[in-house]
Design a protein around this ligand. Structure first.
Ligand SMILES: Nc1ncnc2c1ncn2[C@@H]1O[C@H](COP(=O)(O)OP(=O)(O)OP(=O)(O)O)[C@@H](O)[C@H]1O
Length: 253
C-alpha cells in the first residue's frame, strides 16, 4: 500500500487527491489448482468513467472483476481502493451475466435490497416502484422474479443495483443474449449510472458497444493484461498486435 502515501510526508500519512487513481491492482495473480488464471495484473483505473474489459472467452475478465469487487481473494498481489481518509469503504455492486434473483416478486427483490441497506421501510416501496418504472418493469412488479425472461432479469438486476446507489458498479457482460431494444435499455442505464457519478467497470464481447460506452479499454488475453488504453486510441490505433488482431475479429489466445 506504500504508493498511496505521499513520499514527502513523514510516517506514511495518507494524502487524499481527487486526481489519484480510484483503483490500483498490483501484481494481481489468481491460481487455481496449479493453473495461473490471472498473471500479475497491474492496472490503475481513474476515479471517473466507464472502463470496458475486452478479451476472448476465458481471458479472465470475470475473474478480474470478482477479485476487484472482493468476492474472491487473490493468490498474490493487491487490490487497493484509494478512498478519502476516514470515509467508509466505497459502496460497490456487481451485476452478473446470469443474475441471481431472490424467490420473491420483482418488487420484493428491490425492497429486500433496500432493507439490506437499512432504508426505512416506509420509503422502500415508493423507491422500488419508482425504480421499476425507470427500468420499464413496472408492469412486472408482482411477478416472481425467477420466471422473468433473461432480458427482464438483466434489467431487474440493474434496477436492484440502481436502488443501492453504488459508487462503483461491476457489470459482467450485462447485454449478452439481449434483444436490441433490451440492449439499448441496458446501455441507457449504464449512461444513467455514469451520470449519477457511479464508476463503471464492465465486460463485453461487443466491440460496437465498447465504442459506444467506453472511456478506456482493458484488453485481457490468456489471463494477462495486454493493453490498457483510452477508448479512442484503442479503436483508432491500438498499440499491441493482439489488440489489432482482436479488433479485426481474429482469435487471440
Ligand atoms: N472458480 C474458478 N475455478 C477454476 N477456474 C476458474 C474459476 N473461475 C474462472 N476460472 C477459469 O478462469 C479462466 C477465466 O475465466 P473468466 O470467467 O474470468 O473468463 P472471461 O474472460 O470472463 O470469459 P467469458 O468471456 O467466456 O465470460 C477460464 O479458463 C475459467 O475456466
Amino acid at each position: 500500500m506504500t504508493d498511496l502515501y505521499h513520499p514527502g510526508v513523514p510516517s506514511g500519512q495518507p494524502i487524499w487527491s481527487p486526481s489519484a487513481p480510484l483503483l490500483k491492482l498490483k501484481g494481481l495473480t489468481y491460481v487455481h489448482q496449479d493453473t495461473v488464471l490471472l498473471h500479475e495484473i497491474d492496472l490503475q483505473l481513474a476515479r471517473h468513467g466507464i472502463t470496458l474489459l475486452l478479451g476472448p472467452n476465458g481471458a479472465g475478465k470475470s475473474l478480474l472483476m470478482r477479485l476487484a469487487h472482493g468476492l474472491i481473494a487473490p493468490t498474490s498481489g493487491d487490490v487497493i481502493w484509494h478512498t478519502q481518509p476516514d470515509m467508509p469503504p466505497l459502496l460497490q455492486a456487481m451485476v452478473f451475466q446470469h443474475p441471481v434473483m431472490l424467490r420473491r416478486t420483482a418488487l420484493a427483490n428491490l425492497t429486500y435490497a433496500l432493507a439490506a441497506r437499512r432504508v426505512p421501510w416506509r420509503r422502500r416501496r415508493a423507491l422500488a416502484m419508482e425504480t421499476l418504472e425507470r427500468f420499464g418493469l413496472i408492469s412486472l412488479a408482482q411477478r416472481q422474479a425467477r420466471v422473468l425472461s433473461g432480458g427482464e432479469q438483466q434489467r431487474l438486476a440493474l434496477a436492484r443495483a440502481w436502488v443501492l446507489k453504488p459508487e462503483v458498479l461491476f457489470l459482467d457482460e450485462p447485454t449478452s443474449a439481449l434483444d436490441p431494444a433490451s440492449m439499448r435499455a441496458v446501455e441507457e442505464a449504464v449512461h444513467a449510472f455514469h451520470a449519477e457519478g457511479t464508476r463503471i467497470v464492465m465486460s463485453s464481447h461487443d466491440l460496437n458497444q465498447a465504442r459506444r460506452l467506453a472511456d478506456d479499454v482493458v484488453l485481457l488475453c490468456g489471463g494477462r493484461l495486454v493493453e490498457h488504453t483510452p477508448a479512442e486510441r484503442f479503436f483508432q490505433g491500438p498499440r499491441t498486435p493482439e489488440a489489432r488482431a482482436f479488433i479485426r475479429g481474429e482469435l487471440i489466445w
